[in-house]
Ligand binder design. Structure first.
Ligand SMILES: [Zn+2]
Length: 123
């Protein structure tokens, strides 16, 4: 089980299944919303319990992005046609025991850093 929260603590969540697909997303939307890049993993919707006031932003026709309306922490990503929810790895209490599996949307990454951790990359 994992527990997470936003910066101010108004939004908390509990993950009750093993997180899958731990990844870092370098796409333009995650770059802008997070200020750099966004690390997340996902579980089925039934395996994550969210408490508190989440604000949702429809960044595209396919998914929405959830954040704390008070402190702005970018916590969730939810595709409309999938029954999974992605949550921010950075919001989890430590230790997580998790390891990144991949970098995604690397073709869209910022030009001011290199990825040099040896974790597989996909465009
Ligand atoms: Zn907050």
């Amino acid at each position: 089980m994992h527990k997470g929260s936003c910066l101010c603590g108004d939004v908390t969540f509990i993950v009750s299944a093993p997180p899958e697909g731990a990844s870092v997303c370098h796409c333009g939307q995650c770059r802008r919303q997070s200020g750099h890049l966004w690390a997340s993993a996902y579980v089925s919707e039934e395996a994550i319990e969210v408490q508190g006031p989440v604000a949702w932003y429809e960044a595209s026709a396919m998914a929405r992005r959830g954040f704390c309306p008070r402190c702005g922490s970018f916590l969730f990503w939810k595709a409309h046609d999938e029954n999974t929810m992605s949550f921010a790895l950075g919001a989890l209490d430590l230790p997580t025991g998790l390891k990144l599996e991949k970098h995604i949307f690397v073709a869209d990454k910022g030009d001011y850093y290199d990825i040099a951790d040896g974790v597989p990359q996909t465009d």
